[in-house]
Write a protein that binds this ligand. Structure first.
Ligand code: OGA
Ligand code: MN
Length: 218
């Protein structure tokens, strides 16, 4: 497995992410973003009120359908609202351009949301995209929990695409850690968190526009 070095103060370590994706299909990057961006995103997530965080829906086109047996996080989609959100989207746009340059992925858009897992919440094993739909290509998760301890649970578990009962790795949702993985390949789950757990989940997508109409991300 690749051990990625911390990024420098100003930007994501793009090359390390591209190399890890190419060789193993996923990348785990501690301290992925400049610390001022990390800090403002933590503040923003914590300030989002319960009302704004709506119960996450499972799948698309199911109009607010929720299934508490599968996932229990609450989400708020990110728009160019606050300075923190703008900085986040700018970083992810740079990442998209660099990955396209280095891996010829043709990533077109990026959608992301804040997620809050209240105490006890989990997200059962799932895939973020289904083969053949060529829609969500790369998944990203960025964690916003300072001083997360092993006893706080809430780990991201990534399973082997060839044997979805075999654990490849487990990631602590420590503030500043980013995980990037191929959406169609890796089953993953979030273990029950024993304290409130904040993150940003996001997806790079291909351009699936038809007849000159841009396919909206959500
Ligand atoms: C998701 C997801 C992982 C995490 O939102 O689809 O898998 O660690 N999140 O929060
Ligand atoms: Mn997922």
């Amino acid at each position: 497995m690749f051990e990625l070095a911390d990024s420098n103060a100003s930007s994501i370590n793009f090359l390390a992410i591209a190399n890890a994706l190419q060789s193993q299909g996923y990348a785990i990057i501690p301290h992925a973003l400049p610390v001022d961006i990390e800090t403002s995103l933590i503040k923003h997530a914590v300030q989002l009120s319960e009302k704004q965080m709506k119960q996450a829906a499972i799948g698309r086109n199911q109009n607010e359908t929720t299934n508490k047996f599968v996932r229990q996080d609450k989400i708020v989609w990110i728009k160019e609202g606050s300075a923190a959100e703008k900085a986040w989207l700018a970083q992810m746009s740079l990442l998209r351009e660099q990955l396209n340059r280095q891996l010829f992925l043709g990533l077109f858009s990026y959608e992301s949301h804040f997620a809050c897992y209240p105490e006890g919440a989990f997200y059962k094993k799932h895939l973020d995209a289904f083969k053949g739909q060529a829609n969500r290509i790369l998944s990203t998760v960025y964690y916003l929990n300072p001083n997360w301890q092993p006893e706080d649970g809430g780990e991201l578990v990534i399973y082997d695409p060839a044997d979805n009962n075999k654990i490849l790795t487990q990631v602590s949702p420590q503030a500043g850690t980013m995980v990037v993985f191929l959406s169609e390949e890796f089953p993953h789950e979030v273990l029950a968190a024993k304290r409130t757990r904040y993150s940003i989940a996001g997806w790079f997508r291909l351009n699936t526009s038809v007849k000159g109409q841009i396919d909206p991300p959500k």
